[in-house]
Design a protein around this ligand. Structure first.
Ligand code: C2E
Ligand code: CA
Ligand code: CA
Length: 398
């Protein structure tokens, strides 16, 4: 059954019924087309078009998907070559199987040489979930080999898991491609918006560029304009289009895509960045965490304080360390207010913020901290997310 389907796909590749469509991506500031993503379409002889959701998941069950991905990669390299001096970067989707493909980077190199293209014009997209299931050292080696070629690396559907902050932090990644689920409710939902802001904050901390896909409305676009977003992609600008149509707009008609061009009006300074800088100045320690996954990431730490907290880790371990570092009696206050269980209970009681004063030993002194934790639901999963802000209010003997 599966192999019969595979044969159909191979046949579709040979008869060129399987095609690369291109969805343009736009510079979030100027509104100009600057790059694209290649997406597979199966156009049957009777003219019907099958979208990837009807064939990719079946192929992805086995490494059969690799045949299709390499076909798409070759189509993209050919397109980049044909565009000559007008070439713009184009992204290719690679499934998780490629991480274990021993000669992945060698194959990419052969394509780049064969079509004589600039390596930086080719982008590799791999999903966050693909990276999270693999062994870190394997992923790191794979990613390093890709970027060493000069090819750009993007993490697709970023934020859909929040399991891999640690992974991303230590990988040579160029772009985070933010999952379109974050744009749900037209960015009107305050908690969803908060989570999106956190993802942008995370990206800026790690000096990663950002792409937001699935932009469908002006409202979403306006919201994104206040963030440090580099590229936007979505039906508001263009659906995935045929190669012929893509070449025309990319090479001859590269005008801003939205009529009134709301993008052009925006300066490069982001109010979001300014706000984040203010918050960083106000609080010496900012922690982002997922209470259900029991993981945290240290978003910001004042340069002149060392809290001895590791950059990322397990919330329960942080609680244990902080309790051990509390003066007598304050360990219980810490546990009752800031442990994972206490925060989950607070959230389940309908609270969205928890505020408490705690004490910690700091060098030979006792430090009093005011901590406020904001609680919110993950936009698409049943996870509870937290942002904890701590300010030092005194440092003394008692
Ligand atoms: P993806 O990589 O997340 O691709 C983005 C999907 O969002 C595309 O669906 C695109 O058409 C759609 N999209 C773009 N703008 C909007 C928008 O404004 N609103 C909405 N609702 N959707 C938008 P598509 O083309 O059906 O592809 C679905 C998935 O199939 C892709 O998701 C990708 O995971 C996979 N895929 C497509 N081509 C390939 C391929 O060559 N290789 C592999 N491994 N996977 C592929
Ligand atoms: Ca993609
Ligand atoms: Ca995606």
């Amino acid at each position: 059954m599966k192999s019969e389907f595979f044969n159909q796909i191979i046949n579709a590749i040979e008869t060129k019924e399987l095609k690369a469509f291109y969805q343009p991506q736009y510079d979030a500031n100027s509104g100009r087309l600057i790059s694209a993503e290649a997406l597979a379409r199966w156009e049957k002889s009777d003219g019907t078009i099958v979208t990837p959701d009807d064939f990719i998941p079946v192929l992805e069950e086995t490494d059969a998907i690799c045949t299709l991905d390499w076909y798409m990669a070759e189509e993209v390299c050919r397109t980049i070559h044909e565009m000559g001096e007008f070439a713009i970067p184009i992204a290719v989707n690679f499934s998780r199987w490629h991480i274990r493909e021993a000669d992945f980077s060698r194959k990419l190199r052969v394509l780049i040489d064969t079509y004589d293209i600039e390596p930086g014009k080719l982008e590799v997209e791999i999903t966050e979930s693909a990276l999270a299931v693999e062994d870190f050292s394997l992923v790191e080696r794979w990613a390093t080999e890709v970027v060493d070629l000069g090819v750009k690396l993007s993490i697709d559907d970023f934020g859909s898991g929040f399991t891999s902050l640690q992974f991303v932090k230590d990988l040579p990644v160029d772009f985070l491609k933010i999952d379109k689920a974050f744009l749900a409710d037209n960015c009107q939902d305050e908690r969803g918006r908060g989570t999106l802001e956190t993802v942008f904050f995370f990206a800026s901390k790690l000096n990663l560029r950002t792409i937001v896909e699935g932009v469908e409305t002006l409202q979403q676009l306006k919201f994104l304009q206040n963030m440090d977003c580099d590229r936007v992609q979505g039906y508001l600008f263009s659906k995935p289009i045929r190669k012929e149509d893509f070449l025309v707009i990319a090479m001859f008609d590269n005008e801003p895509a939205v009529e009134e061009n709301p993008l052009a009006a925006v300066g490069t300074f982001s109010s979001n960045t300014a706000l984040l800088n203010v918050i960083r100045n106000e609080y010496q320690l900012i922690v982002f965490g997922n209470l259900i996954k029991n993981s945290y990431y240290l978003m910001s730490q004042s340069d002149d304080m060392t809290f001895g907290t590791s950059t990322a880790g397990v919330i329960d371990d942080m609680t244990e360390d902080s309790m051990a570092n509390s003066p007598k009696g304050y360990d219980k206050i810490y546990y009752d207010n800031l442990s994972r269980q206490a925060l989950i209970n607070a959230y389940n009681e309908g609270r969205t913020r928890v505020e408490v004063q705690v004490k910690q030993y700091y060098q030979d002194k006792i430090m009093t901290l005011f901590t406020v934790v904001h609680l919110m639901k993950h936009p698409t999963k049943n996870d509870i997310l937290m942002v904890g802000l701590s300010r030092v209010i005194s440092l003394g003997d008692e």
